[in-house]
Design a binder for this molecule. Structure first.
Ligand code: HEC
Length: 123
């Protein structure tokens, strides 16, 4: 048993898990795009954990370095500027940041920003 095989088996297991998760989420809504959306949310969660969670909680409204993001979608507005929460406003915010939050335009791929927006909207 070499490392290649071990890794392959792990990857297949992981793919199975991810697939099952996406199917499950897709089952709750209808239409083909929900599967894609579930996958985006999942990728966005990874991005969040790597790039955003140092400064933001995703499971609390408590401030870390930046405001906790839990409930941001339900609230419907940014606490920092009162702007409406939309795909577009989140994207612009994440791309540019402000005096206190670093911009992510040059750190993340456009697709990763899209994914993390999808994730933030589920919080
Ligand atoms: C270095 C710390 C830092 C990182 C990393 C960071 N942020 Fe922020 N973020 C902040 C700060 C600080 C604020 C508040 C800015 C202000 O008050 O002007 C903020 C505000 C926000 C807001 C507005 C919240 C509200 O209630 O108005 C969102 C949404 C947000 N960040 C998302 C993200 C996402 C998504 C990422 C990862 C791609 C991220 N942030 C990475 C520090 C950070």
């Amino acid at each position: 048993m070499n490392r290649f095989w071990k890794n392959s088996v792990m990857m297949i297991g992981l793919a199975g898990l991810l697939g099952a998760g996406a199917m499950h989420a897709a089952g709750t809504t209808k239409g083909g795009s929900s599967t894609a959306n579930a996958a985006a949310v999942k990728r966005g969660k990874d991005v969040f954990q790597q790039k955003c969670s140092v400064c933001h909680y995703d499971n609390s409204e408590q401030k870390k370095i930046g405001p906790g993001l839990k409930g941001i979608s339900k609230r419907g507005t940014f606490s920092v500027n009162g702007n409406k929460i939309t795909d577009e406003s989140l994207k612009t915010w994440i791309e540019n940041g402000d005096q206190l939050m670093p911009p992510f335009k040059d750190v993340l791929e456009p697709n990763q920003i899209k994914d993390v927006v999808a994730y933030v909207k589920t919080l």
